[in-house]
Unconditional design. Structure first.
Length: 540
């Protein structure tokens, strides 16, 4: 019965309604599963089925650890052991373990959440290790080398990378295996043999929790990209105690530096206790620069910390921010945290840089802005939606999916000869920090601008260098789709102030072009603009 335990465990938890994976609609989280990978390639990139098949075969060899492949191959191809091996637990275990593995691979599940897969491989390895003693000398040497490689990789991943913070996740995902194996160890007479198998199997289990991609990140980077709960607690407690901001007030005022593109502070921040009464509001900044990796990546040769202001200028920040920092158009405060980088800032020239900007998208939230864009039924157009307020809309996707609409709400305020124009750039695909939310269409506007005719003079205002996800602002240029990104995304709001002696006769909103990230390629779109004639319009 022992070899069947992985399958029975998986079956039991399935019947109890346990969640073994995540749905395939979020392709970024499930790109290793066949079903979601096929969806991503076929529907997202329009790849032929032949390429999908080849890519799927590659996935098998990438996700299934190579040493285990070699161990099984050598064991089964050993002529001297073939007849006996047919009746050994390793083969029985392989047969039953294939069922949950097949279920995992052909279903819409992310393998890193798939307990059946790990349960099966761990038990396979345990029986395999128990069988080493009876193997031929060549097989034993080969097995020992493969296991040694696994041990080295495991210890490297677990202890060499100080910020990987995965130990708790690994223990929670291997708890069932640990309990079952300890029970076997308790009833087994030859405890040393079983104990050895358990220890080495556990090492392999820990290794399996990190696929090639995460192993590469662990080796190549000394810090992670996503804060853990304690770091979020420090970040948000510090900001809240200084400002009293709620999540809704703060979400578009915080710019995270080099954080994971898939980070979602919403779940933690929405559950934060805002009922604490502040004795005094200490700060009223326009926003904050936040980075939890500052303390690990900014140490100089003497072991001290580089000044936060100097460290900021060395990061691959959005061009608008770097320019504003150098020109003094953003004034920085002091770092208010001992654990992380939390620097308040004040914008001194809102014509150059908006008072509030951010780089965190809410990929799972329905946007009210999408409903506003739907008020313009055409692929592109302008609609008056309120006093002195106009809605500009474009939809450049081939299938004209409403999710791919982008646009801007422009509001004009007149005070004698002075004008203030508020521009809010909106759209779901321009408001994502990762192309994995919409792998077929993640858009960025390049150099959006506003032109107005003031009496007989045309005034042109550059809104931003870009709005939306762009690979050029990645933290790691060798891995632009999975590491931190410092783009500025929507909703993006900016005020433009100017004087005009005569009437405004027309208003034009446009951009020099757009980019569309499709995971495997980046498409460039031509310039676009829309204008509205205001010769007969009277501003209220």
């Amino acid at each position: 019965m022992l070899p069947i335990i992985p399958y029975l465990t998986w079956l039991l938890f399935s019947k109890l309604g346990a969640q073994f994976g995540v749905p395939a609609f979020y392709a970024g989280a499930t790109d290793q599963a066949f079903a979601s990978n096929a969806y991503l390639l076929k529907l997202g990139m329009n790849e032929p089925w032949s390429k999908i098949l080849i890519d799927s075969l590659k996935k098998i060899f990438i996700t299934f650890p190579l040493p285990l492949f070699l161990l099984i191959a050598v064991q089964l191809l050993s002529r001297s052991k073939m007849k006996v091996a047919k009746f050994k637990p390793i083969l029985i275990c392989l047969i039953f373990a294939f069922v949950p593995y097949a279920f995992w691979y052909f279903s819409t599940q992310a393998y890193r959440y798939s307990m059946p897969f790990y349960l099966s491989l761990i038990f396979i390895t345990m029986f395999f290790l128990n069988d080493i003693k009876d193997s031929s000398k060549k097989i034993m040497i080969f097995n020992s080398i493969a296991l040694f490689v696994q041990i080295i990789i495991s210890f490297f991943v677990l202890f060499y990378s100080p910020k990987i913070n995965i130990l708790g996740f690994l223990i929670s995902n291997t708890a069932i295996v640990i309990l079952i194996t300890l029970f076997v160890f308790f009833i087994e007479k030859n405890r040393w043999k079983t104990g050895r198998g358990f220890i080495l199997s556990l090492i392999l289990a820990l290794t399996l929790q990190n696929d090639q991609k995460y192993l590469h990140q662990s080796i190549g980077e000394f810090v992670g990209y996503m804060p853990n709960k304690s770091e979020w607690t420090d970040i948000w407690t510090t900001i809240f105690n200084q400002t009293g901001w709620s999540y809704e007030e703060a979400k578009n005022k915080i710019y995270y530096i080099d954080h994971h593109i898939s980070q979602d502070p919403e779940l933690f921040l929405r559950s934060f206790n805002y009922h604490k009464e502040l004795q005094k509001i200490l700060l009223s900044p326009d926003g904050f620069f936040v980075s939890y990796s500052y303390g690990n990546s900014s140490r100089n040769r003497e072991g001290g910390l580089v000044k936060p202001q100097d460290w900021l200028l060395k990061q691959n920040l959005h061009l608008d921010i770097i320019t504003a920092l150098k020109n003094g158009e953003i004034r920085l405060g002091e770092n208010i945290s001992k654990l992380n980088l939390i620097i308040p800032f004040w914008v001194t020239n809102s014509n150059k840089i908006p008072k509030h900007f951010h780089n965190v998208g809410e990929g799972y939230q329905a946007s009210e802005d999408d409903k506003r864009l739907a008020e313009v039924p055409e692929d592109q157009g302008i609609k008056k939606i309120g006093p002195n307020t106009f809605l500009f809309k474009w939809n450049e996707s081939p299938d004209k999916n409403s999710f791919c609409s982008t646009g801007a709400i422009v509001n004009v305020i007149k005070k004698n000869k002075d004008y203030q124009i508020n521009i809010k750039i909106i759209g779901s695909t321009i408001s994502q920090m990762t192309p994995w939310v919409s792998p077929a269409w993640t858009q960025a506007w390049i150099s959006p601008y506003l032109e107005i005719m003031c009496d007989t003079q045309i005034k042109r205002f550059i809104i931003s260098e870009s709005v939306g996800f762009r690979r050029k602002y990645t933290h790691n240029k060798w891995d632009p789709l999975f590491t931190g990104n410092n783009s500025i995304i929507g909703p993006f709001e900016k005020n433009i102030n100017f004087s005009c002696n005569g009437p405004i006769t027309f208003l034009r909103l446009g951009r020099k072009g757009s980019t569309v990230d499709k995971i495997r390629s980046v498409k460039e779109l031509p310039p676009k603009s829309l204008e509205i004639n205001l010769r007969t319009y009277k501003f209220i």
